[in-house]
Design a protein. Structure first.
Length: 331
């Protein structure tokens, strides 16, 4: 026998549905802005409102285990759920530290740190949050006192969750010891992979910082051409312009990567010194072109643009490569 009158509960749910949708949109927007302001790169930020059937099935399951609610629509804390999928494990701590600036933290479970040894899996961190008195403004009026659930995980945690969900084994279901070993091994691989990605990211950051030198970095000029060395060269060679143009450009790494690929396709330049020689030879003409076409005193070209124009002036093969690339892009 059902513990709750379904039709009555449905009406209560429908009364709250619009507010739940507003809460979801507001939380996704605010969290996305917070992450961006803290420089935290994410894979996705998504939200959902639990549909009525899922909500009803949940409270019926809870009722079977003895949990009853006076007002299920107010007491169930995950009617609105938001999930952040991060790239690196270290960002889990950064997210935790930023939440208190906008949300009231009602509860938290850091499964990423405190997973019991006798359980399978590689689980995300769960928070129950609400705006409360942390925010002001009419847009928050009807949603600020509604709880919602936030899950924070890495891409690999998300992958593990998807795979293990498909296998449909839960922690409280006994399974054969040979399968248990396989599950432990698989979840361990995901943990190790996350740690390795984190270490790789830290090495890349350290490597880039190590290239920020004052004066003429002879060791940089001797290095092979790749994303990191081109970015380091751009900052060294055109420091003021790099700060004004390239550093603030969203996704600037992608454009340096494209430039590195273009140079690699030519198969004639071996080191940053080769590029530096061309830039030194042509830079006066590049500045003259910028002044003529875009007005005196205007900083138009990015550092990547300066290097590309210099290469185009000096190397017919590079000019042809860019021309063909532009044609293919239009197609």
């Amino acid at each position: 026998m059902a513990a709750y009158e379904k039709e009555k509960l449905y009406k209560e749910y429908q009364k709250r549905k619009e507010s739940l949708e507003k809460l979801k949109e507001s939380v996704v927007t605010d969290i996305s802005s917070l992450l961006k302001s803290r420089g935290i790169v994410v894979n996705t930020v998504k939200g959902r409102v639990k549909d009525f059937e899922s909500f009803y099935q949940k409270i019926e399951r809870l009722a079977e285990s003895g949990a009853l609610f006076d007002s299920p629509c107010d007491e169930i804390q995950d009617l609105v759920g938001v999930r952040i999928v991060l790239l690196f494990v270290s960002d889990l701590d950064k997210v935790e530290s930023m939440l208190g600036s906008v949300f009231k933290v009602k509860s938290k479970k850091r499964f990423s740190e405190n997973m019991p040894d006798n359980q399978f899996g590689y689980q995300s961190d769960h928070y129950v949050l609400m705006y409360g008195n942390k925010v002001r403004g009419p847009q928050y009026g009807e949603v600020k006192d509604i709880n919602f659930e936030l899950q924070v995980r890495t891409v690999l945690m998300d992958a593990w969750d998807s795979v293990s969900h498909e296998l449909d084994y839960k922690n409280d279901i006994p399974i054969p010891s040979n399968m248990r070993r396989v599950f432990y091994g698989l979840s361990g691989l995901f943990v190790v992979a996350d740690q390795q990605f984190q270490q790789m990211n830290e090495l890349i950051i350290k490597n880039r910082k190590g290239k920020k030198v004052i004066g003429r970095p002879i060791d940089l000029l001797e290095r092979e051409i790749n994303l990191d060395t081109l970015m380091a060269y751009g900052e060294y060679k055109f420091q003021d312009r790099f700060v004004k143009k390239d550093k603030i450009k969203s996704g600037v790494d992608k454009y340096y990567f494209e430039l590195a690929k273009e140079i690699e396709q030519l198969r004639k330049y071996n080191s940053i010194a080769d590029i530096d020689e061309i830039v030194d030879k042509r830079i006066s003409e590049v500045y003259a072109k910028e002044k003529k076409e875009h007005g005196g005193g205007t900083v138009f070209f990015t550092v990547i643009g300066l290097i590309r124009v210099a290469l185009t002036m000096e190397d017919p093969d590079y000019a042809l490569l860019l021309k063909n690339k532009a044609v293919h892009t239009k197609e």
